[in-house]
Write a new protein. Structure first.
Length: 346
């Protein structure tokens, strides 16, 4: 196959930050994707509908002239979120989900939830109104091994949640383990998952190949090879429960290459090409379109995009860095070749 034309994809999990970082990061995504679910973990977090709508305006203003892109906004759940906020969000028509960050789990999660049971009234309102719950599925606590956090979250938090609020539509974000694949596969239709390019392509060995690799560090952290294989098998299975969510999470080079480096892979510049490479590795390119462009829209109840993009079988080298908010940023796969290239739109 020398080219692959498909429905324009969407990114169902994206961090684009704010201010100068937003202006630098956003064009990379808008070049590839028609829409993206915008994560709310700013400083301060986007906890209210009014804040989300203001953030949406800043995103639209940061979009280079001539680029079409629709930000799908979310709210950041806290212990104090009121059920009425769900009504305001839903009624705005511009907010598509509420995100759970367990307090302390990841970047800007300090204001996150300390005990999910405190949020049950909010979650019940979300179930009533059909608002999607987007879950960072890791237990926290310095006593818990980072490689076990997702599997423990499923047992300790997710299974009880689904039993207690059965009608809630939820997405287990950026899944990384066989346990998550098995759980989502066996759950009812209201349970789905997003999958990142790094968790399709890399195992935890990539954190240490030839030395410490901060640009491969994200949360949930990369896992063993058997888990990567399970995650890639889920992405390429054709199941409508699994869809594209890059979790592209930009951090300046100096914040990654540090004695306490930030978590996040900046995959936006080559996102689709990275997924294409992963799908081709298991002979599943024919399933890329459904994963990237159909399943997410269907789950969220949104129309599929009508425009198309083309990937060309043309080797290219991902740039080593890009300008970023007064400094630079290193993309995932920097300096390495990819066999597929997104054709530029004229
Ligand atoms: O690696 C990550 N980076 N995981 C997250 O959950 C948050 C994200 C970020 O915002 O940097
Ligand atoms: Zn994320």
């Amino acid at each position: 196959m020398q080219s692959l034309t498909m429905t324009r994809p969407d990114d169902w999990h994206l961090h684009v930050r704010d201010g100068a970082a937003l202006s630098a990061a956003l064009p990379h995504t808008a070049r590839q994707f028609a829409r993206a679910i915008i994560m709310p973990n700013l400083k301060p977090p986007v906890t209210r509908t009014a804040q989300a709508l203001e953030y949406r305006q800043r995103i639209l203003q940061a979009l280079p002239a001539g680029m079409a892109f629709e930000p799908l906004m979310t709210l950041y759940l806290t212990d104090n979120t009121a059920p009425d906020e769900i009504d305001r969000a839903m009624d705005s028509g511009l907010i598509y989900g509420v995100k759970l960050y367990p307090a302390g789990a990841t970047t800007n999660s300090d204001a996150g939830v300390t005990d999910l049971r405190r949020c049950y009234p909010v979650l019940e309102r979300m179930a009533e109104r059909g608002m999607v719950f987007q879950i960072h599925g890791e237990v926290t606590g310095s006593d818990v091994d980072p490689f076990d956090r997702e599997a423990l979250f499923i047992e300790q938090i997710l299974k009880p949640l689904i039993a207690d609020v059965p009608g809630l539509k939820l997405v287990l974000e950026h899944i990384t383990t066989r346990q998550a694949v098995d759980f989502v596969s066996g759950a009812a239709d209201n349970v789905a998952a997003t999958i990142t390019p790094q968790h399709c392509l890399l195992n935890r060995g990539a954190l240490f190949s030839g030395g410490l690799r901060p640009h491969h560090y994200c949360l949930p952290v990369l896992k063993r090879e058997q888990h990567r294989e399970a995650v890639l098998a889920a992405a390429t299975s054709g199941s409508a429960k699994f869809f594209l969510g890059t979790d592209s999470a930009p951090h300046a080079r100096h914040d990654k290459e540090s004695d306490c480096g930030c978590a996040g892979c900046f995959s936006a510049p080559a996102a689709l090409e990275l997924y294409a490479t992963a799908f081709e590795s298991v002979g599943a390119l024919d399933r890329l379109e459904a994963f990237a462009s159909h399943h997410g829209a269907d789950f969220y109840g949104l129309p599929r995009n009508t425009s198309q993009i083309t990937l060309l079988k043309e080797s290219w080298t991902v740039p080593g860095e890009f300008p970023y908010a007064g400094g630079s940023i290193v993309p995932l796969h920097a300096g390495q070749q990819l066999p597929w290239r997104l054709q530029d739109i004229q």
